[in-house]
Design a protein around this ligand. Sequence first.
Ligand code: TRP
Ligand code: SF4
Length: 363
Amino acid sequence: MKRTSYVLDPWSSELPSDYKHLMEEFGIKPITEDLKKRMPDSHLIRRGILFAQRDLGRIVKAYEEGEEFAILTGVKPSNVFHLGSKLVADVLKFFQEMNGRLFYAVADIEAYHANKQSLEKSAEIAVDNIADLLALGVSEKNSYFYKQSQEEEVMRNGYLYARNVTNNTLKAVYGDKEIGLYMSALVQVGDILLPESEKFGGPKPVIVPVGIDQDPHIRLTRDIAAKHRLVRPSSVYTKFMRSLTGSEKMSKSEPMGMISLNDDEKTVEVKVMRAFTGGRVTVEEQREKGGEPLKCVVFELFKYHLEEDDKKLEERFRKCVNGEIMCGECKKQAAQRLKEFLRKHQEKKKKMIPKARKLLEKK
Ligand code: TRP
Ligand code: SF4
């Protein structure tokens, strides 16, 4: 017997319980209907990919009133970009469309401490990463790209902001870590408050899009901002893309689980065809019971990256739960679209490499 009734919720914003706990404990709020209405339409909002915020209202207000605000993000240049990084680029673009100015920190100091990676190696990978961002449509015009190790303001402020930060605070926020990591944390505070420095025109609203794992940095920075009479930065939280193998977060350390933006066609094909799905053990069982798209990483690929049209996404969801489409076919379609996307992306990216290199030259 086919199942005909189901809860149609292809972009369920159901959060893991530990998210809920985190949100309640640290005052992170959902994105309200009112805020949604006041921002440009985007699949990131409609599909709950951006799912929570702190002081986002301040950013929306700046947007409405045509006032200046900054977008700040930092990424360790520890590996080539993957689909999770594309998601970050989508979020940056969304806020650039609201007229924010992007500040992009190449976190080479952090990579030095956390990944034991040389500054030279970071410089090399950063060029590749920034070429990806430009090819993905991040606007160069309203952007400032810099390396932590070369931005004097960030380093200097890192030292100055260390005042009144006790060992106990750092321990409570990050756990018992080496000094270098604590220093990177203060450099990161320097990053987040850079747009508010005199060099960039003084205090202003700043939005920091992050994964929820970065929230300790945000809390520390907000406390420090208040002490230094700066505007406490706002934050917005993105869901992680799961690994293709089904584990919680797409990560650089699990190559079969992530699609790199440099992957060739063959590799993409293999990875997608082996991906973790919400399919049943046998085709018969799947025809009868339907698949489970909410568990399925392939469905997630469509939702985050491969299907722009909400109606078509819903249609896929419906066909899946009704057992009208099998995983083999569905995965083939995903692989096809992904290959197409990457082919075009890689072409554009190649042309962006010299520009990316130039953007990172010492200013
Ligand atoms: N700590 C971040 C990471 O692990 C990188 C980072 C550095 C960052 N500076 C930042 C993130 C400022 C957000 C804002 O990837
Ligand atoms: Fe996932 Fe598609 Fe299989 Fe449904 S049919 S479980 S969406 S791969």
